[in-house]
Design a binder for this molecule. Structure first.
Ligand code: LMR
Length: 398
């Protein structure tokens, strides 16, 4: 038979945690697995700004015809400004263009095929560790994947090792950097670190590809764009992937963008012709709904300000949960050991817990997190911090 030789592969470990959590009947369970934001009720809410924009769309939308290969033009203009800044010189010079993609993952996938087809022979450098799908996307596209150290076995950011490795990268290679809220570790580069990365990028003539999936979850919507804008102003060429999954709560609507910055408007037009062609073979044209919602929000000052407040509320809740967890670990004598949770940014924390401790947390305390020790802090229930701290203390002392 045709299919006889096909075996089974394991399911995705991050998405698999969603199912395992859902089928656990323990009412005291904790979902610290997949990177979705949860509010104080444990729900992943649809922001009010999104609901209002959706209502407007239902009332006013007249067609569901295809949108072009680069997607919704208003979305493209507004996301460009959100990422690069409304006063960006690149935008004024028509050197930055947005291609709408199905989520941030779609943008990564598009960048992978773009590099493979238009920049043949270039390898890509990923942080060790990084989001596991970075590894498979670029390998699947046929790129040589290498790693630069980022967080060592002591669970500390190691910028010196990162820079030393990147200084050895072949000229012209691509380096994937996390703009903020590094997934999975939560450890971000300081402004000085970014300037040093920029020096190496110049020296080795590397092409940065910045994954910007968590704008607004670190230090704020504008603050989180600092490194992206530094690179955009100092380099003639740059790739940026942006996601609206988390900051607009549009997870299931698959809304994202690949932004290309080129040396001039004409070169950008060449590149965009290639991207439209590659996208046509991947998904033809992107889904409309999420991008129409984002364009409606960002194009209306009132909705935009409501949305910005909602993002800020999510950001602050995460920051409070971080501080709260460290505090709850204090009576167990573990506040110092886990002080990094308060320093890290965004949804994720590399806790430093071993795979065995993660397993024990899951098996005996119904606490679900990725086996690497990555916890989604945004999934913590603030009213049960003591219970979580208790469980962590038990596995640490076992
Ligand atoms: C995560 O890392 O948990 C998120 O980015 C969701 C995903 O697709 O893995």
């Amino acid at each position: 038979m045709h299919f006889d030789a096909i075996g089974r592969v394991p399911g995705d470990p991050i998405l698999g945690l969603m199912e395992a959590y859902a089928s656990d009947s323990n009412p005291r369970k904790f979902d610290l697995g997949v990177g979705v934001y949860k509010d104080s009720q444990g729900l992943t809410p649809i922001p009010q700004s999104v609901k209002l924009a959706e209502q407007r769309l239902v009332d006013r939308q007249t067609t569901k015809t295809y949108i072009g290969g680069h997607g919704n033009a208003a979305f493209g203009k507004l996301v460009n400004e959100l990422v690069l800044g409304a006063d960006s010189k690149l935008i004024a010079e028509q050197r930055a263009g947005v291609t709408q993609t199905p989520g941030g993952t779609g943008a990564l996938r598009l960048s992978a095929d773009f590099i493979a087809q238009c920049l043949p022979g270039r390898g890509i450098w990923l942080s060790n560790p990084t989001w596991p799908i970075h590894e498979t996307i670029y390998a699947t596209a046929g790129l040589k994947v290498s790693h630069y150290p980022y967080v060592g076995s002591d669970n500390r950011l190691d910028v010196e090792a990162m820079l030393a490795t990147l200084k050895q990268a072949p000229k012209g290679d691509v380096v994937l950097l996390h703009a903020c809220c590094h997934n999975p570790t939560g450890f971000d580069l300081s402004h000085d670190d970014w300037r040093r990365v920029l020096e190496v990028v110049h020296a080795r003539e590397l092409l940065p590809l910045i994954d910007f999936a968590y704008q607004g979850f670190g230090d704020g919507l504008e603050q989180d764009a600092w490194a992206v804008r530094l690179m955009a102003s100092e380099l003639p060429e740059l790739l940026i992937t942006s996601s609206c999954s988390k900051n607009f709560g549009l997870y299931s609507d698959r809304t994202g963008a690949l932004i290309v910055c080129a040396k001039n408007a004409e070169k950008l037009t060449d590149i965009r012709s290639q991207l439209a062609n590659i996208a046509r073979n991947l998904w033809s044209t992107p889904p409309d709904h999420g991008a129409a919602v984002v364009a409606t929000i960002l194009g209306d000052p009132e909705l935009k300000s409501l949305w910005a407040d909602e993002v800020e509320a999510m950001r602050q809740r995460i920051a409070q949960l971080r501080a709260g967890l460290v505090e709850a670990l204090q009576p167990h004598g573990l506040a110092e050991r886990f002080a990094h949770i308060g320093v890290q940014r965004g949804m994720f924390s590399y806790t430093g817990l071993s795979p065995a401790q993660v397993k024990e947390l899951r098996d005996h305390h119904s606490v679900y997190m990725v086996s690497s020790g990555r916890a989604n802090v945004a999934g913590i229930d603030a009213t049960r911090l003591d219970l979580l701290a208790d469980a962590i203390a038990k596995v640490c002392k076992a």
